[in-house]
Design a binder for this molecule. Structure first.
Ligand code: SAH
Length: 354
């Protein structure tokens, strides 16, 4: 579909902007990513990017181990839901579910996934899965074991800019036929988090209203239904000023306006904000760890050795996969893991120091 579809999306944005004026980056990112994810499998061979579960089975297995440990501590309740947000190819879920089954945990599986083409791939990886458009339709009668890997970074962000006339939203406008950033004309001071209100002129900050509302609902469900959650993403404990918007196509950074719907648009996840939202909505935040430290604490090196013993011919390749996930200069430091629980489930989880 691509080139034509891409042209269509660019033409649609141009038409919209000519008719109604600049659109928010939030709308641009939301519509571009909706098109992007429904029109392809970005993680398949020849895809645009690769994620931790696609690098190694060890990632999903250790996530499963973490969940199974908490479930066992709760006395192994019979009815429990495995929920994953944005499961991609379903690889993480398949690896995690295989692992938890060894402990006797056989949860009902629910995926929140917007893309029809990825839903089809996911049904192949996890037969019998139930799909949801968003978290609101998940069952509410059992504890939840939730995983989200590289889901929050794909949600549309708002950028706010401190101009001489106060805070304005960063919008997408037109210069001739070119999409360009422009400052909006409506005062946006009310959308600016407290700690930024007095920032200097020229300061740019990001917020992610969709991330906040998804996290609020998850936290309420954890509090009400019980359970635990693992959120893994690239980001920081406290987002500093500046744009983190990034467009990736064929493993390369590209201009966000070059080909809307053809590149994956993401932004850093503000884990500090997510933790505050989670706590405000009744969940307990176990902590935040770097992916490298968390995987090490969960025993990735022991798992690596076991896999190497099983297939010595792949020993070097397995080592490289482990290094990619763990080493600081690769994914180990930039990616963070946040643990949450609620409804009387353990307040400590493996890999988090509280
Ligand atoms: N977790 C997977 C895939 C990450 S890519 C992995 O680690 O490999 C992002 C995933 O989130 C894709 O499955 C994409 O279709 C889904 N997604 C992105 N935005 C979404 C939204 N607003 N609602 C539902 N799913 C979304």
């Amino acid at each position: 579909m691509s080139e034509r579809a891409n042209g269509e999306l660019t033409a649609m944005f141009r038409r919209l902007i000519r008719e109604t004026g600049p659109i928010s980056l939030l709308q641009f990112m939301g519509e571009s990513n909706a098109r992007y994810y429904t029109s392809r499998d970005p993680l398949g061979s020849g895809g645009d990017f690769i994620t931790a579960p696609e690098i190694s089975q060890m990632f999903g297995e250790l996530a499963g181990l973490w969940l199974a440990d908490l479930w066992s501590q709760m006395g192994s309740p019979e009815r429990v839901l495995y929920v994953e947000l944005g499961p991609g190819r379903g690889t993480l879920a398949a690896d995690a579910l295989r692992t938890v089954a060894r402990f006797g945990l056989k949860p009902q599986v629910h995926f929140v996934e917007g893309s029809e083409s990825l839903r089809a791939v996911q049904r192949g990886a996890v037969p019998g899965v139930t799909h949801h458009d968003d978290v609101s339709s998940l069952p509410d009668d059992a504890p939840i074991l939730l995983v989200a890997n590289e889901f929050f970074d794909a949600l549309p962000i708002r950028q706010l800019l401190r101009t001489p006339g106060g805070w304005r939203e960063r919008m997408v406008g037109l210069e001739g036929d070119e999409l360009v950033f422009v400052a909006g004309d409506k005062p946006m001071d009310a959308a600016v988090p407290e700690q930024w209100r007095g920032a200097d002129e020229g300061t740019l900050i990001e917020t992610c209203p969709a991330a906040a509302s998804v996290m609020a609902e998850i936290a309420e469900r954890l509090a009400g239904q019980g359970g635990a959650a693992l959120v893994v993403d690239y980001g920081t404990a406290r987002l500093s000023a500046g744009s983190t918007l990034q467009a990736i196509r064929s493993h390369q950074k590209v201009d966000a306006f070059a080909a809307p719907g053809e590149a994956d648009l993401t932004a850093h996840v503000d884990f500090g904000q997510l933790s505050e939202t989670a706590a405000q909505h009744g969940a307990h935040v176990m902590g935040l760890a770097t992916q490298g430290r968390w995987l090490s604490a969960l025993g990735i090196d022991a798992r690596l050795e076991a896999l190497q013993r099983q297939s010595p011919e792949n020993a070097a390749k397995l080592q490289r996969q482990r290094d990619r996930l763990v080493e600081a200069e690769q994914m180990g430091e930039l990616f963070k893991v946040m643990g949450l629980s609620g409804g009387g489930w353990p307040k400590q989880g493996a890999g988090f120091v509280s």
